[in-house]
Design a protein around this ligand. Structure first.
Ligand SMILES: Nc1ncnc2c1ncn2[C@@H]1O[C@H](COP(=O)(O)OP(=O)(O)OP(=O)(O)O)[C@@H](O)[C@H]1O
Length: 354
């Protein structure tokens, strides 16, 4: 960690962090009461004050109803928000809570509530306080899962979710700098013990970070790796766009098109790099399937089966009957007459046959 990593953030530096959000009509700040998001609120308030005209800021705290202290923490955020001249709302996650996968369900509910609050406030963006340390943890989690390039890109500074743009202005900032900023401003914050609860994956991985840092793999280098992967991922996405155009150009006039089906010439498809072929399949399956995003591993298996069938060449096209027919994530993928077809799979009949 460099000395800079422990220095408070100046108002001038804060202006740079938020500069691209200056023209938004309104912004929602997602503030749990922990150090990172309290620092986000404080920095955003200072930045807003430095502008003649700028976005309206609304602070939103989600009470997941999971810890008794949550209500008090939300009131503390409200007190500080009011002191800073910002509007504040507390939103509650109501209803039954799942017995397994609680962190993921809580996160889904939180983003849904934040998106609702943004729409109500006329805000174009929801700002979260993810830091460089969070970025490093996210990369580590995805590495352990064996994610593809998109997953290893970790979090983006701007991302769409639930029809709202999520902005993470502190993504390059180390958490230690946020704590130093609050310390200097004499602002307190809540300590959420769940962040250290080793029953959950993320806190266990968090505990590994100092060991990795001692080997030279600190949050800065992990976050840099995520940035480099994101750059490569964006390049492959552009190549895939180009490949889609190329496949359209190689289509015969009678090739099936339209919103309900995608179809690729097998020979042209086979000439493309494996990663691009994989993404073409993923895009088509996710666009036409009705069972949510396809798992990367399953699409990889499908591609290898498809590649083998395509390698048989003309024999694969014999008598026009499909040589491959498979459903995946609610899409039907078939190879017939030398063409790959992807269409929505027919709805499965219920077991009772009703
Ligand atoms: N209860 C809450 N109310 C409002 N905002 C919250 C709340 N909890 C988290 N946030 C926002 O989300 C950011 C990330 O929080 P945290 O790292 O705890 O969540 P996470 O579940 O790991 O996030 P992600 O959903 O991106 O994986 C916080 O800095 C804050 O901006």
């Amino acid at each position: 960690m460099s000395d800079d990593d422990n220095s408070p953030i100046s108002v001038r530096a804060a202006k740079l962090l938020f500069a691209d959000l200056k023209h938004a009509p309104a912004l929602v700040l997602a503030v749990s009461g922990g150090p990172d998001s309290v620092a986000l609120m404080w920095l955003a308030a200072r930045w807003r004050r430095s502008l003649k005209r700028g976005p309206r800021l609304t602070v939103v705290t989600v009470d997941h109803g999971l810890r008794v202290e949550a209500g008090r923490e939300a009131r503390e955020v409200k007190r500080l928000a009011t002191e800073l001249g910002l509007a504040h709302r507390t939103l509650r996650w109501r209803g039954a809570k799942p017995k397994t996968g609680l962190p993921a369900a809580a996160r889904e509910a939180r983003y849904r509530l934040l998106a609702q609050a943004a729409r109500a406030a006329g805000a174009s963006h929801v700002l979260t306080a993810h830091t460089r340390d969070d970025q490093a943890e996210t990369l580590l989690m995805r590495m352990l899962r064996g994610s593809g390039l998109a997953g290893l890109s970790a979090m983006a500074r701007l991302a769409e979710r639930d029809d709202i743009v999520l902005a993470r202005p502190l993504l390059d900032v180390p958490k230690s700098q946020l704590i130093a900023t609050l310390k200097r401003a004499k602002i307190g914050f809540a300590d959420d013990p769940t962040n250290r609860d080793t029953a959950f994956t993320r806190p266990r991985l968090r505990a590994l970070l100092p060991l990795l840092a001692a080997e030279g793999g600190d949050a800065r280098s992990l976050a840099r790796l995520a940035g480099r992967v994101a750059r490569a991922n964006a390049a492959v996405e552009v190549l895939t766009d180009g490949a889609e155009r190329f496949l359209r150009l190689t289509d015969r006039d009678d090739a099936p098109h339209g919103p309900g089906v995608r179809s690729f010439d097998g020979v042209a498809f086979a000439s493309l790099p494996e990663e691009v072929r994989l993404r073409l399949l993923l895009r088509a399956i996710n666009a036409l399937g009705h069972e949510g995003p396809a798992e990367l591993g399953k699409v990889e298996t499908l591609l290898s089966v498809l590649d083998q069938a395509l390698a048989l060449g003309p024999r694969a096209a014999a008598n026009g009957r499909p040589v491959l027919k498979q459903t995946l994530a609610g899409a039907l993928i078939s190879l017939a007459g030398g063409r790959i077809h992807i269409a929505p799979a027919p709805a499965r009949r219920s077991q009772k046959g009703t």
